[in-house]
Design a protein around this ligand. Structure first.
Ligand code: FES
Length: 180
């Protein structure tokens, strides 16, 4: 069923409010290309997450409406790929490098210790809202393997037993900055 002009204007206005002009324009460009709306979905979701840091329900609904793709399909793609985050990220993004050099040097045990300490797994945020844990590809500092990155700060040669002190360092920083 086609959308009437009036309805389309309402849909676009609501989506603009949710996504912002820049992303709405990107979606409009995608719709003009021949490849079909489906093929643009991942690119659009990347753009939305790059802007907001995560994909909220309201963002997914707006993307579905503007691309004219079923909402269930958009939600399915967003939840299929681990790099899409469906909830807001924490105060600190903590990445454990799972590249080959780090993996060989024990990154998995470091990641497990982070998970145990924070009570979360990949892609989740700690209950206090401070840490979101993500796996990372090679961070380009293989000589320091295994590597943990917190925001843009690199921690090298990390052992599982060093993880609590690293976390405490950022908790302390958050307290100083008045993070609730
Ligand atoms: S593999 Fe971890 S920094 Fe390169």
């Amino acid at each position: 069923m086609s959308i009437s002009t009036d309805n389309w204007e309402q849909v676009e206005a609501a989506a603009k409010a949710s996504l912002g002009d820049e992303i709405v324009q990107f979606i409009a460009q995608c719709r003009q290309e021949d490849a079909g709306a489906d093929s643009h979905l991942v690119a659009v979701l990347h753009r939305v997450q790059g802007h907001f840091g995560y994909l909220g329900e309201e963002h997914l609904d707006a993307v579905a409406q503007l691309l004219q793709v079923p909402a269930a399909k958009v939600a399915g793609v967003a939840s299929f790929y681990h790099y899409f985050r469906l909830k807001p990220r924490g105060r600190f993004l903590l990445s454990v490098c799972m590249g080959t050099a780090c993996y060989v040097k024990g990154a998995e045990r470091v990641a497990q210790r982070v998970m145990d300490e924070l009570g979360i797994t990949w892609g989740e945020t700690s209950k206090d809202g401070l840490f979101t844990l993500d796996p990372s590809r090679c961070l380009g500092t293989c000589g320091l393997a295994p590597v943990v990155m917190v925001e843009d700060e690199v921690h090298g040669n990390v052992t599982p037993d060093q993880v609590p002190a690293i976390l405490e360092q950022y908790r302390h920083r958050a307290r100083e900055q008045g993070h609730a």
